[in-house]
Design a protein around this ligand. Sequence first.
Ligand code: AMP
Length: 418
Amino acid sequence: MSASIQAIRGMHDVLPEESPRWQWVERVFREVSERFGYEEIRPPLVEAAQLYVRSIGESTDIVGKEMYVFTDRAGEELALRPELTAGVVRAVVQHGLLARRSLWRLWYYGAAFRYERPQKGRYRQFHQYGVECIGSPYPESDAEVILLAVAVLRELGIADYRLQLNTLGSPAVRQRYRTALVAYLESVREKLSPESQLRLERNPLRILDSKDERDQALLRSAPLLIEYLDAESREHFEALCRMLQQQGVPFELNPHLVRGLDYYTHTVFEFVSSRLGAQNAFGGGGRYDGLVESFGGPPTPAVGFSFGVERLLLLLPERTPDGAVEIYVARAEVEPEVALSLLEELRRAGYRAVGDLQRRSLKAQLREADRLGARLAIILGRTEWQQRRLVLRDLRNGQQWECPVQELGEHVRRILQR
Ligand code: AMP
């Protein structure tokens, strides 16, 4: 026998018993996005590798270490998308959307790929849901996307989280701060962790969110970006904080929050939960005012966020609404055609209904109905059917009764409370 082929490490099947939870969160993403007037966009899974090098940044972990890059048969260097913002912005520019409208509210959902060491909450294929609000420089647009994210969490019943907020200021502010930070870190270079010493050349801002205790201690005396902010950046950030307070959205300031992508300017934020262990961030976003222009579009401010769907699923409450079968049609010595017709009628009326396809005993059929989590069984018995009557069984309490066929609708509505 040949060796069996397994799924790729870090890439997971969603098995039928897990899919109701996925479908539920996907439904919530769509509904909440629509409630806020966001439209769906679906960029491809594969893009030119350069797209990510130029936007996320060559010296970031995502591009430098984690991206799946390959050459296609024509010799082009392609990448599996490590996130979706770059593709969305590329699409907006390529199709000239901003010439048609100066503001776009977009949402997306789909797989992303990063070659990371798999662990709880960290995979090589994972899913992101996110939104991009493209065209407004004002803090009310930052507030809108954060309120949307909070609405998704509320709808999903996730309450145990913290929202962390910071500002990186304008690119000029960031540049000045970077110089000051590097000067300080150079003075303590020997005491930094080896990882941070490497980052000092490539991506010094990332040292700020190092988890290493030695780094943490040294960072306590590091200059803070907030001290370098210009008036405009400060006003933007303060206005956003005020708006969130007004709307009753709790947040905490984290001056060390920088996020791992180069394209951010001004606002950055992250949703974290202590229930997730080491990978405690389950969503993040920020403003990226220079990205559209850097892809060849008109200068256009924008802000967005994304949630990691697998991490959201880890935070979901135990019981979630599911799409389980509602009605099981069991058959005892009645033609299969009768069951097919009844099932068709129920499904046309909008019920989730299944019947037996293995011609098993009535007992086995009812066991199957239980296993499927059905609420109601309709039993087609020979003598009853001859009188056009049906046997109904409430599967929650085992109560059983009969009714004439024409009254079925009422009984089903009552049991399923529709
Ligand atoms: P990032 O673009 O790195 O901020 O990622 C946005 C969100 O995607 C994170 O907050 C995570 O929830 C999720 N995420 C990122 N990388 C992974 C991964 N390797 N596995 C699972 N989720 C991830």
